[in-house]
Write a protein of this length. Structure first.
Length: 225
């Protein structure tokens, strides 16, 4: 091998090593993301938590909560107050201009000790009085009743679970104009309670829609900002 060939082989080796280093860096080093509109939504919250905005940048931050996610999150947070060991439901009543009027969760009526009433779903003796159902007050009802005497007419009700027929009656009678729910217990269409609820709300002209979250999750930490 002459000196020219040796030089060519050496140059090729150096270039190959350089290309390999670039490839490794591109694939295995953290990617830097630019903050664009695409960063809002599902991953917007994570983007906000992982980086700080330039203090001289006059633009608003991205990845903030939408109104729908905000109110539904409050309903979910309210559900955490429920002492029901089987199912926790929360609700948030909101005015037409976005003011929270009342929140609620499923539990026993005021003054009724939750240590002296049963939380069971079923009775071993088949006695309904040994279950929670004759005693519990649903989240939707509590949210409407917790409005400090403000009218629920024309307002929106956010609830973590689609309301049953008894709650639908109260929702209709209170004048709520829209129900936004996250999940529906009736999955196969066989539960008459929820079939009746859909029918009543539809006949009353109340708008019903399922919440479509823009964020996958919302994390709350009790720490100094």
């Amino acid at each position: 091998m002459n000196s020219r060939e040796v030089a060519l082989v050496s140059a090729a080796t150096v270039l190959g090593a350089f290309a390999s280093a670039i490839t490794v860096r591109l694939f295995f080093s953290p990617k830097r993301r630019s903050i664009t509109d695409s960063d809002s939504g599902v991953n917007g919250f994570q983007q906000r938590k992982s980086s700080s905005q330039n203090p001289f940048d006059p633009s608003k931050r991205l990845g903030y909560l939408s109104w729908d996610d905000y109110f539904m999150a409050i309903a979910f947070l309210s559900a955490e107050r429920s002492k029901d060991p089987n199912r926790q439901v929360g609700a948030c009543l909101v005015s037409q201009n976005g003011v929270i009027l009342g929140i609620g969760y499923n539990g026993f009526p005021r003054g009724c000790s939750d240590d002296k009433l049963p939380w069971a779903k079923k009775s071993k003796n088949g006695n309904p009085l040994e279950t929670k159902y004759p005693y519990v007050c649903h989240a939707e009802v509590n949210a409407i009743l917790n409005t400090n005497h403000a009218s629920a007419a024309g307002q929106r009700l956010y609830v973590t679970m689609f309301p049953c027929n008894e709650c639908a009656k109260i929702i209709i009678q209170s004048g709520v104009s829209e129900v936004i729910y996250f999940v529906e217990k009736r999955l196969d269409g066989s539960d008459a309670t929820y079939v009746a609820s859909h029918k009543l709300l539809s006949m009353a002209g109340i708008k019903v829609r399922r919440h479509q979250p823009q964020m996958k999750e919302i994390s709350i930490k009790f720490e100094e900002l």
